[in-house]
Design a protein around this ligand. Sequence first.
Ligand code: ASP
Length: 337
Amino acid sequence: MRNKHIALIYTGGTVGMIKTEQGYAPMPDFAAALSALLGDRDDRLPRYTLHEYAAPIDSSNATPRDWQQVGRDIAARYHDYDGFVVLHGTDTMAYTAAALSFMLQGLRKPVILTGSQIPLSAARSDAPQNLITALQLAASDAIREVAIYFNQRLLRGNRATKVSIERLQAFDSPNYPWLGEACIEVKLNHAALLPCADRERFELPEYGNCMVLPLRFVPGLPLQAVRAMLDLKPQAVILACYGAGNAPDRDPALLDMLAQAAASGTVLAACSQSPHGRVTIGAYAAGAGMTAAGVIGAGDMTFEAAFAKLHHLLARGLAVDDVKREFLRDLSGELTA
Ligand code: ASP
């Protein structure tokens, strides 16, 4: 293990916070807390170098430009390290992990995101276990993808979603098997890991210049709200539909609005509000009209993966038809064909 060298990128999150009168906020000297934890560990831990962001954030403040910064920081140091651990807040960790998987395609080293539900500085913190195991996983030769390690589970990053606010088991990947489990021994699920790519195919376009909006259907959603959203002329809208990809179809005005938006170049993609299973638009009559309106289904992608993927494809400057074609293709293990 000691011959492996890992970059430990600290972006923020509960893991490095302390209690203040205003609630949890980033602690002043995270590096010291970290070396107190990892300082004289045995040779079952790889060496690490800490890259601490100057202004660590609560990940609920993250934007696509923050994803881009992490992606570019990893790409810039790619040849200097054997693997990467990204310490990140849990709230939007799944978005960052998904975006990294699209930026760092063909990855041939582990990139492991982790964090904690309880700060490193607090009693009963889950940070030591998450951090130590993430470092060990980042030294593995078998992992060649972006993953989230959290509370004994190793999950594909672009398949993961935050499932609990209170449990230490904060993440799951409802539509994909776990990539591994850390019990007494760390067991990898080799059949589920991405195979070794021939070469890295990193894509690091300029993020943050396009508008991808979420539209969650709720019973009785006022159509003026949909109109107001589409009037903003977003490049893409993710429709969070019911069940298999259903949406209200009693009022034709909704489908008309969607059809007009699609005709004027907005990419419309349908996800499900149900985390498990895949979207099949047209399985029910209430939903069939969406295909005609130009909506494409996100298959079994998570909302987070679909959102990051649209940002990524749009940032690449692809034409609308190419964005749609690439969205429907599995780029980095995020989608079951
Ligand atoms: N709000 C925190 C964050 O996402 C929550 C966490 O880290 O668990 O940065």
